[in-house]
Design a protein. Structure first.
Length: 295
């Protein structure tokens, strides 16, 4: 593994923290406290970022926010990674057809990064904005990991630490198998959904998603059971057959009959397949619907 540079890691942490709520202004004290930095270190980092236009400092409040130089970087990144741009139209259509929000995200290192959203957030729902990040740890990220090799899957499971009990590991492996077989993931609401809400809204400095509680990554759909859904997710594949991004339906209201879940999933998978084709990708295997993508 390549050696990491602490100064770079701290700089990235500052930018990621400011990106959690792009409209907010963050004071030096708050940023230093949230990132566990000394004020001197935080001030030096911010001063350098301000000089280069990556961060703005309000002259009145002395608070900090993201700067305009990041716009050019974001545009360049979008051009180099067209999947989220290609997904914009299909995502909007899905949101319109199902009256739900659609979110595009990708896995970068040990994090899930929100790239784009469509649809109107429901009142009191999860406020998701591009740039928000979640840890790529079980039970999150099944749709990104399900088509990976054993090494990637073991590394994902290894984030739980050495003391995780074998039945829990087995359950997560079953969840990955279910995602591969169905072609989509299903996440349930409940206690862990509340953790997810807190993570997305930046209420935790170092969010996790591994607390025990109600099952999050659904393995089997019980025909007679209604579900409170957190999300349905479907993969977009690149030319190498790897997951480039994933599309997620969120904003479900009330409990959803199990018999309705496949219909939501089929519509989302169709959109993900459309993006895969536009991207020039190929699907290793999708089990939803009768259409097959080029192998």
């Amino acid at each position: 593994m390549a050696r990491r540079t602490p100064a770079v890691d701290r700089t990235v942490a500052v930018l990621n923290h400011l990106a959690v709520d792009p409209g907010a202004r963050v004071s030096l004290s708050e940023l230093a406290r949230e990132l566990d930095l000394s004020k001197a270190t935080a001030h030096a980092l911010l001063a350098s970022l301000v000089d280069h236009g990556y961060v703005l400092r309000d002259p009145t409040s002395k608070a900090y926010a993201l700067g305009p130089a990041l716009v050019a970087l974001g545009n360049a990144a979008s051009s180099a990674n067209p999947a989220s741009q290609l997904a914009a139209g299909p995502m909007a259509a899905v949101s319109r057809d199902l009256d739900l929000e659609c979110v595009a995200s990708t896995a970068i290192g040990d994090e899930i990064v929100i790239l784009a959203t469509s649809g109107e957030p429901r009142p009191l729902g999860i406020n998701i904005q591009p740039g928000l990040r979640l840890p790529l740890v079980p039970p999150l990220g099944t749709v990104f990991v399900a088509w990976s090799g054993p090494e990637v899957i073991d590394r994902w499971l290894g984030t739980l630490g050495p003391d995780v009990d074998p039945p829990r590991l087995a359950r997560y492996r079953q969840a990955l198998e279910a995602v591969r077989a169905r072609g989509y993931s299903v996440g349930l609401g409940g206690d862990e959904q509340q953790q997810l809400v807190a993570s997305l809204q930046g209420e935790q400095a170092h969010p996790t998603a591994t607390a025990p509680g109600e099952e999050y990554a659904l393995v089997e759909l019980a025909e007679s059971t209604p579900y409170r859904l957190n999300h349905v997710g479907a993969p977009v594949f690149d030319a190498a057959g790897q997951v480039a991004i994933a599309l997620f339906l969120i904003g479900f209201r009330g409990q959803i009959p199990a018999s309705d879940v496949p219909a939501y999933a089929e519509r989302l998978v169709a959109a993900a397949e459309e993006v895969t084709v536009a991207l020039g990708g190929r699907s290793p295997r999708l089990a939803v619907g009768s259409r097959r993508l080029p192998e």
